[in-house]
Design a protein around this ligand. Structure first.
Ligand SMILES: [Zn+2]
Length: 479
């Protein structure tokens, strides 16, 4: 492989400067510093004094946004202030993170945006963090939002109101309000607990009355809760239902309908049933994502069970309308035709049709406003595809990254103590056992788990031996 050097522009939080960049295996490290204050208020005695620096040779590394598909980290030296009055020592908090966490504020934002339409577990796996971390970020943000007011000068034309779920089947829901005015950069405005109308209203009430009446479009799912909240608080706004909500409902209805192939399934031998199961996987995929053999196999199946063919074609027919209708009028005509077709056959598409009819205006508005919440939508689709196809690999990569970053690289750069290495071990094990306890114990996953843990233990032993040698030689060991 050859390398070249190029310059790129990078956004950094205000007041922060980057001193050094280092490319590390599986990620990027930025050595950052920030402007220190002249005076400081002691957190114990509350007296203000000039900054009395106590420098420790301790470097911290915290997670920042991804860069070119790899995680990046801020590395900085921890700085302390010693209060001249009471002697209390306190660490200075950098402007880019909150206390007691290992990630930047903007990483928190990324987590929240990724949560729209995804579960906490999925987001955790994709970003290589623990599900508990995701939950903690949401909790902190809800706390922040209670106090925070949105800048009343902010011009907002387009809003999104979505539910984010932390755990399936639990009460762990929150409502997230995003500013979609700049489609490229959705920004989170507010967060509240729950996913009912009250939660939607609570989010919108962070905006001033003028701001609310200036909003022209709001994007929500089809549940009445958010539609009602927006109806009350956004008097001049048009509802837009984004296609991924429609697609989700369509998929659910199609899946329900397909269940009537059971009689056929029962008539098959074990081997043929296995084959059918893999075909049902293709059944859920778009025709253009299949190769010619898969298409042929599906066609053969449809010949035997024609109702399956009807479901398949109607489903992707509807999807095609959302892909290609050039404008609102055309979309309206095509959807009407589709409804007529669906009603002609002896199948219960009514749950989907009712949903279409009940949200007709909002769904058609999507065709005028196509660009709208594309970023969020695109992100979700990508995440899901990646997750479905490579769950095991995904977490394996994550684990590798953690090993390389937390152990190898940290050992080289920061000279960790034995206690810190133990800390790393615990962290990684905790992280991994989090993934492991999820219900997806595929065979592959179990194998990768074993191999990785073995590798990892060997690595740790090597590190500890190295440290011990250094200790015995009387070199740098800081307890
Ligand atoms: Zn003090």
């Amino acid at each position: 492989m050859t390398t070249t050097t190029i310059a790129i522009d990078m956004d950094i939080p205000a007041g922060v400067s980057v001193g050094e960049y280092e490319r590390i295996d599986g990620g990027h490290a930025f050595h950052v510093s920030w402007q220190l204050p002249d005076n400081l208020c002691c957190e114990t005695c509350q007296r203000e004094s000039r900054l009395q620096l106590v420098e420790k040779n301790k470097f911290l590394s915290i997670r920042d946004l991804d860069l070119w598909g790899k995680p990046s980290f801020f590395v900085y030296q921890e700085v302390y202030h010693r209060c001249p009055s009471c002697g209390h020592r306190q660490s200075l908090l950098p402007p880019f993170k909150r206390r007691d966490v290992k990630y930047t504020f903007r990483f928190e934002e990324q987590v929240l945006v990724s949560l729209i339409g995804s579960t906490a577990e999925d987001v955790a796996v994709r970003l290589g963090i623990a599900a508990e971390t995701v939950e903690r970020i949401v909790k902190n943000r809800i706390e922040d939002a209670k106090a925070k007011q949105i800048d009343p000068q902010r011009k907002i034309e387009r809003l999104g109101l979505d539910e984010i779920s932390l755990r399936k089947g639990h009460k762990g829901y929150a409502t997230i309000l995003t500013d979609l005015t700049n489609a490229e950069r959705p920004e989170i405005l507010a967060l509240s607990k729950g996913r009912d109308e009250a939660a939607g209203r609570a989010c919108l009430e962070h905006l001033s009355a003028e701001q609310r009446s200036a909003v022209r479009w709001h994007h929500t799912d089809m549940s009445p809760a958010y539609l009602k909240a927006c109806g009350v608080h956004l008097p001049n706004s048009q509802s837009v239902i984004d296609r991924f909500h429609v697609a989700k409902k369509l998929g659910e209805v199609a899946d329900d309908l397909r269940k009537n192939y059971r009689a056929y399934k029962r008539s098959l031998s074990g081997e043929a049933r296995k084959k059918l199961r893999s075909q049902m996987h293709d059944f859920r995929r778009r025709p253009e994502d299949l190769n010619p053999e898969q298409v042929q196999a599906l066609e053969d199946l449809f010949e035997k069970v024609p109702s399956l063919g009807t479901i398949y074609h109607l489903r992707w027919e509807a999807t095609k309308i959302f892909d290609s209708a050039p404008n609102r009028a055309e979309a309206s005509r095509l959807l009407e035709d589709w409804i007529v077709q669906a009603r002609e056959i002896e199948m219960d598409w009514e749950p989907f049709i009712t949903m279409l009819k009940n949200n007709w205006e909002g769904i058609l508005a999507y065709f005028e406003e196509r660009k709208s919440s594309g970023p969020v939508e695109g992100l979700n689709t990508k995440i899901r595809v990646v997750l479905r196809r490579s769950y095991g690999i995904q977490s394996l990569t994550t684990l590798w990254t953690r090993i390389l970053l937390d152990v190898n690289w940290a050992a080289k750069k920061l000279g960790p103590t034995v206690a810190e290495i133990r800390g790393f071990v615990n962290q990684i094990q905790k992280h991994f056992s989090g993934c492991y306890t999820k219900k997806r114990k595929s065979h592959f996953f179990l194998i990768s788990f074993t191999i990785t843990i073995e590798f990892f233990l060997r690595e740790i032993r090597g590190l500890e031996a190295g440290l011990r040698r250094r200790l015995e030689g009387g070199s740098i060991y800081t307890a």
